[in-house]
Design a protein around this ligand. Structure first.
Ligand code: MN
Length: 132
């Protein structure tokens, strides 16, 4: 069974590194993009099973990019999980309205991230078991 693929759209290198490390540890194949044009280009080469979308991106932001993807006949059914530092009152509504399936607040909690990713990907990754 092929590994599930996750496209991570994130402009902050430290967050990108953290998210990639967590996903790879759980057996997912990770594609990286640091801005919208790069993400769109990546999507022309294949279809990920999930997109992790930073909301604050330079240029076209994560909500605008999500809205655009939801208009695309091929990309529209890929679940988009938002990463946001601004999960304040009203933000959840804006995120869900844009077409995201859920969100993870920053600073990123690793357990929260893995729980949410697994929620939308099922158990398709190959978890690296703790030997203890
Ligand atoms: Mn950002």
């Amino acid at each position: 069974m092929p590994r599930k693929r996750v496209l991570v759209v994130e402009d902050n290198p430290l967050n990108m590194e953290l998210v990639c490390e967590v996903l790879e540890t759980h057996g997912y194949e990770v594609w990286q993009a640091s801005a919208a044009p790069e993400a769109l280009e990546r999507l022309t080469t294949g279809k990920p099973d999930l997109i992790l979308m930073d909301i604050q991106l330079p240029g076209l932001d994560g909500l605008a990019l999500t809205k655009q993807l939801k208009q695309d006949p091929v990309a529209r059914d890929i679940p988009v999980l938002a990463l946001t530092a601004h999960a304040m009152k009203g933000d959840r509504e804006r995120i869900m309205e844009a077409g995201c399936c859920s969100y993870v607040s920053k600073p990123i909690d690793i357990n929260e991230l893995t729980t949410q990713v697994a929620r939308f990907l099922g158990d398709g990754g190959a978890p690296v078991r703790d030997p203890s």
